[in-house]
Structure formats: structure tokens, C-alpha cells
Design a protein around this ligand. Sequence first.
Ligand SMILES: [Fe+2]
Length: 296
Amino acid sequence: MPEEVFTAPLKRPAHVGEDWLEPKQTEYSSEEDAIWNDLFARQMEVLPGRAASAFMNGLEKLDLGQGGVPDFDRLSAELDRLTGWSVVPVPMLIPDHVFFWHLANRRFPAGNFIRTRETFDYIQEPDVFHDVFGHVPMLTDPVYADYMQEYGKAGWKAMRYNRLKALGALYWYTVEFGLMLEQGEVRAYGAGILSGPTEVVFAVEGRSPNRIMLSVDRVMRTDYVISDLQPTYFVIESFEDLYRQTVERDFDRLYRNLPPAFTYANSAIIDVDNVVHRGTQEYLLRGGRGSGAQPV
Ligand SMILES: [Fe+2]
């Protein structure tokens, strides 16, 4: 990364190098393996019929339910065979430019630690359950796997144009909170949705949130919520469609024309939107997380 480009000043732990990779994956205790198993079982109660089939197939191909936190080396060997990706352990959230560099080289950095019983329902920092259960099954899909690599390459470009926030919104509304159509039905493929129990039902079936067909330009101009359920989800036709929209768009031109701040509020519907579901926003209007409002 050239010196004039801003990179997040995260303090790198002494035991990791510039690639931020842990020398090896954590040895998990039996209690930590039990936490993985309980999280896994809880998700399997809500995912069938709501998660994209690419995700459900990925879980199976990688045999993620065999018990305990999966071994990254085993996953990487299987992923390498399927799409040429690997999973590498990192100690914490890593700087953007390092994250992009790993993605561009088909390596997915996954948090090494797992949440505790106290933080079972919600944690802010992505742990091994979010990263491996939520993200890794999708990397078995060849087109999605290519999209993630393109995203990593786009990241370096966004940093040079100082438009990381806009590209971050694309990641948020696809990789973390993306929905897709399958035989006319809405299904979830985003890891932020799939790794928690509440948002799966809310995103796919709730009447509160908007569901709008995705346009890369629109999404990159749209604000998002970090610590609550999303007021709006964007829906793709297919991974081919997402990949095409991303590689065919001239991001240099897009970044030059993007304003530095977001143009659209996260609950807005605009004239050009192709709306799948116009949300009531009642969850948000009643106060959202912490207010006691039902996520309907
Ligand atoms: Fe994530």
C-alpha cells in the first residue's frame, strides 16, 4: 500500500507478522467445543428453508457439523480442492488493507477465538463461529468464491480513492447481510444473518424491513446499521449477477463520482428501486434493539 493511503492504526500484537496471521489455530477446550456445538444446533433450527441452498450445501460439503470447532487445515484442504480458497487464523479484526490482500489471494482470515456463554447471543467482534460457520460455507460456491476475490482487489482501489466507506457498504449488504432469490423465494446468504438466530427470520420473513433488488451503485451510496437489525436488505438474482455487476462496473469512475458521505438513509426507498417488499419499519419506529420492540 502506498504511503499516502490511510490505513487503520490498529495495534498489532507482538507475536504476529505483517500479514497478521497467527502461527497456528487455537487449541480449543472441551467447553469451547461445546459452545460451537450449541451455536451450531441453534442455527440449524432456523436455517432450513431460509438459508440459500449454496450455504446449506457448503455446510454439508465441509462437514461443519461433525462436532467441535472445525480444524482450519482440514477446511482449507477441502476448500482448496473445491474453489482454491483457504481459511487462515487471525487474532482479532485486522487492518483493511491486510484483509483485502488476503481475500485477493483467496485466503479467508477467520477469528481464532470463540465467544463465551455470557456473550452467546451477541458479540460485536467476529469470532470463529461467525467467521467459519457464517462465511466459509459460501466459499464452496465457485462464483461466490470469485466475487470475494474481486472484492479484495476492489478494496485496494477503494483505499487509493479514499472511498472505503462506500465499498464497505457493498460488503455489508452482500457478504454480511445479503439476500437472494431462489425459485422466486427470498433466501439469505449473508454471514451476519446466517450466524445469528434472530436476523434470519427477520430478514427473510419480517414485515418491518425493506427488501430491494441490488444495484451496486445504489448500495454503495447507502448507509447501514452496525449494532441492530437492518432496516433494508438488498436482494440479488444470483451470484453470477452479483459477480457481473461488480467486475463489469468501472470502479475507478464510480469512486471518482461518489460523494464522500452516504446519500441514502438506511431505511429509504428511492424512485429507481426495484422493490421486492416495502417494509413497515415498525421494529425501527418502535425503538429497535434495547427498546423491547419485537423484531417482526
Ligand atoms: Fe463477517
